[in-house]
Design a protein around this ligand. Structure first.
Ligand code: M6R
Length: 610
């Protein structure tokens, strides 16, 4: 949440900041601003330009003001937490000799504000971030490092700060607690940002700023010191993707591009983990001992990642007979979970920075559970703090609505289930080999499903004016319904509910009246007959039924208004193909409603506040 960037170097800073903010906009997009030191600026006066709305508004404003050259500055694109959307609340915040951008939440800002007001210092905004700038300024006696060190002792909460001090017009300082920051030094200068998409233009090599360490960026170098002023060498990381991955590449929206990237992302996630037709985690450094003696698995995650967990649960339980529960991460911490050394807690997260999931992981560790995370972003907090990490290789996911990250998470969870079953000996190697064969075929299966967009577009036209609809399914199809429903809600703003098909008749069926759309998933053979009965129940109450079923299923034409079929595949792998159908339904419906698919209202990618 919130994109932040800082640059100091020998090229125009405003350009670096504005390009960086454009790339980071998916992290928050209600307002944006930059501060910079003009070259040869008089009296070390920092200049700030802010606007509400999109980064494009800021770009227009900056060009209309035709500010002179600058080689050092910071920029921010906001997802409002404290204080509404206004220019005053927009970052950067300036107080005294300090200019700052912030991602996170300062929990004790009220007490700090009272303290500052007691000293006759008053904020102009309603933000906790300005209070942080005021605290740093009040701790500042010409030594930035000491000021930051003193200030962070007073601040409680999550933060990533980039800070400029009036007396140091070529320097940027940064520190973080919880919220992410990555940085790199290149021939153009030093750059720091919330994530790699803002750095990729300059380098594929970077480091994650260690928590509670201060980075001092100058154009020639980045120095990192701990809070005792000891210099620390960062661990360098490398990304395999490039600029093209962070661009739309001819697609109207990132979401559509990312839907189309699924076959490749799946291949990249699956193929390196298969040796001799069996799952193998050697190169991930995940030992078999992780699975020895386990009596329970808890999967915890948020949103779409949690939905991937629901599908993973099914496969793990089926193959190992070890009980698996799936917990919403934001609830996990507050329900006093039962954890011990024979419990494996699996956290799933695209960003690896989701605050609720990170908190759940920390709780699991504190209570002695083993931890494994399924994460997409290299070096992210969840990846670093888990005992083991199984990276998905989806490349950057920029659309707020998660698509490719979801299907690779399914693949990763299936690999975990297969390896666990192999280690436990709960099924034969031949059974696992058969599953592996099916999993290897998934990228091609998904590629075929990408061709169903033409069939979906007319359906989306019909959903255009819908106020509310239902997704129903049984077993895996119910788990997948949850994903279909969140996808549609978040980008099309149409209310929907995912329901276990058999549960409808216990209350919710009262909402099924003439032409209420019901998206019925019927891909699971063992519950197919029951599912057909449930479809008849809604059909006879006037529902407009959109059915997703296997190609070879016997479907009575009178049962549905639209039928989308999946090519033959083992039932366990149907969710990969059906997910594409649901992604397209959400995407084309949102497009037909004229909405900005990549940046849905009120949302942001990577939710780094609890
Ligand atoms: O980065 P994460 O996978 O931890 O994010 C979890 C959810 O916030 C995320 O999946 C969210 O639900 C998506 N916007 C759904 O499309």
């Amino acid at each position: 949440m919130c994109g932040i960037i800082g640059f100091t170097g020998n090229i125009e800073a405003k350009e670096v900041l504005l390009q960086g903010l454009t790339a980071l906009e998916y992290r928050g997009y209600d307002s944006a601003g930059i501060s910079f030191f003009p070259e040869n600026g008089s009296d070390h006066k920092v200049q700030t330009i802010k606007t509400v709305g999109k980064v494009s508004n800021l770009i227009d404003k900056v060009s209309s003001l035709s500010a002179g050259p600058s080689f050092c500055g910071i920029g921010h694109t906001r997802w409002a937490t404290h204080g509404g959307v206004s220019e005053t609340n927009c970052h950067p915040h300036h107080f005294g000799r300090v200019t700052l951008i912030h991602n996170g939440i300062i929990e004790n800002y009220k007490e700090l504000q009272e303290e500052l007001e007691g000293e006759g210092k008053y904020p102009v905004s309603q933000t906790d971030s300005e209070i942080a700038a005021m605290v740093i300024d009040s701790c500042y006696k010409n030594n930035p490092l000491k000021a930051i060190k003193r200030a962070v002792k007073k601040l409680q909460g999550a933060y990533a700060f980039c800070i400029m001090f009036d007396e140091y017009p070529e320097s940027i300082y940064a520190i973080r607690n919880g919220s992410p920051l990555v940085a790199t030094n290149t021939k153009e200068g030093s750059i720091i940002a919330s994530d790699m998409v803002a750095l990729i233009k300059y380098s594929k090599d970077y480091f994650v700023l260690p928590e509670h360490h201060i980075a001092h960026l100058t154009k020639d170098s980045i120095t990192i010191t701990d809070l005792e002023h000891n210099e620390v060498e960062p661990d360098m990381l490398h990304v395999s993707w490039d600029m093209a991955a962070a661009r739309k590449g001819g697609y109207e929206y990132f979401m559509l591009k990312e839907i189309h990237e699924q076959p490749e992302a799946l291949h990249n996630t699956i193929a390196p983990r298969i040796k001799n037709q069996l799952p193998d985690f050697t190169t991930d450094g995940i030992p078999d001992s992780l699975f020895n003696g386990l009596n329970r698995i808890i999967i915890t995650a948020c949103g779409t990642a949690m939905h991937a967990g629901l599908i993973g649960k099914n496969m793990i339980e089926q193959l190992t007979r070890v009980p698996v529960t799936v917990d919403i991460a934001s609830e996990f911490r507050y329900q006093d979970p039962i954890l011990d050394a024979n419990t494996l807690v699996i956290t799933i997260s695209q960003s690896g920075e989701t605050a609720d999931t990170l908190a759940a992981l920390r709780l699991a560790k504190e209570n002695g559970a083993r931890t494994l995370s399924v994460v997409n972003v290299k070096g992210s907090s969840i990846a670093r703090e888990s005992d083991y990490v199984l990276y998905t290789h989806a490349g950057p996911e920029i659309a707020v609505a998660s698509t490719k990250a979801y299907t690779v998470q399914l693949a990763a969870m299936y690999l975990v289930a297969f390896r666990f079953a192999l280690v436990k000996g709960s099924v034969s190697q031949d059974v696992i080999r058969n599953y592996i064969r099916e999993l290897e075929a998934v990228p091609e299966f998904v590629k075929t499903m990408l061709g169903c967009d033409r069939a979906i577009q007319p359906i989306s036209q019909k959903l255009l004016k819908t106020e509310s609809l239902f997704f129903i399914g049984r077993g895996l199809d119910h788990a997948l319904s949850c994903e279909g429903s969140i996808k549609l809600k978040e980008i099309s703003y149409i209310h929907s509910e995912a329901y276990a098909a058999g549960e409808l008749k216990h209350g919710t069926i009262s909402l099924i009246t003439d032409n209420v759309p019901v998206i019925a998933l019927a891909t699971q053979e063992k519950v197919f007959a029951k599912m057909i009965s449930n479809i008849r129940e809604v059909r006879s109450r006037g529902a407009m039924v959109i059915m997703i079923a296997n190609e070879d299923a016997q479907v009575d034409a009178a049962l549905c208004d639209h039928l989308i079929t999946l090519p033959p595949i083992d039932n366990a792998f149907a969710p990969f193909g059906a997910a594409v159908v649901l992604q397209y339904i959400a995407y084309y419906t949102a497009v037909a409603r004229g909405l900005n698919v990549d940046q849905p209202r009120n949302l942001a990618k990577s939710v780094t506040v609890e």
